[in-house]
Write a protein that binds this ligand. Sequence first.
Ligand SMILES: [Zn+2]
Length: 140
Amino acid sequence: MYLTPEQLAEIKKSIEDQRQEILEKLNQRNEEGYEPEVRGDEADIANSEGIAMTMERLQSRDVRLLKKLDEAARWVESDDFGYCESCGEEIGFKRLLARPAARQCIECKQNEEQRERGYYHPRPRKPPKPLHRDEDEDEL
Ligand SMILES: [Zn+2]
């Protein structure tokens, strides 16, 4: 494990903060409970349906992110935490702190995004190093 106990604690706090933030947003939207307008002219109705759809999209995006953060909260307790699930490289403290739901290092993430957009030019990179973490266990 390349992260210090202090860094792990910071990441855990970051996960918790982000979870709270999303939960608040979700609850807030639920309380506001946006109902599509059923009266008014057609433009009003179309417009309000558009807003309702946007709200739904935001809700489901946040629900997905919340799930990822829940996974991250479990992941952070495991020995595999902090290693890219694609290449096995260290994801890095700063990235994990900013995006604790991230499961890939920035390079794999960028490669994936490029592939999704249809132009994939992976940069040459060193092969993943074997995951050995037997010696520094006691640092935790
Ligand atoms: Zn990677």
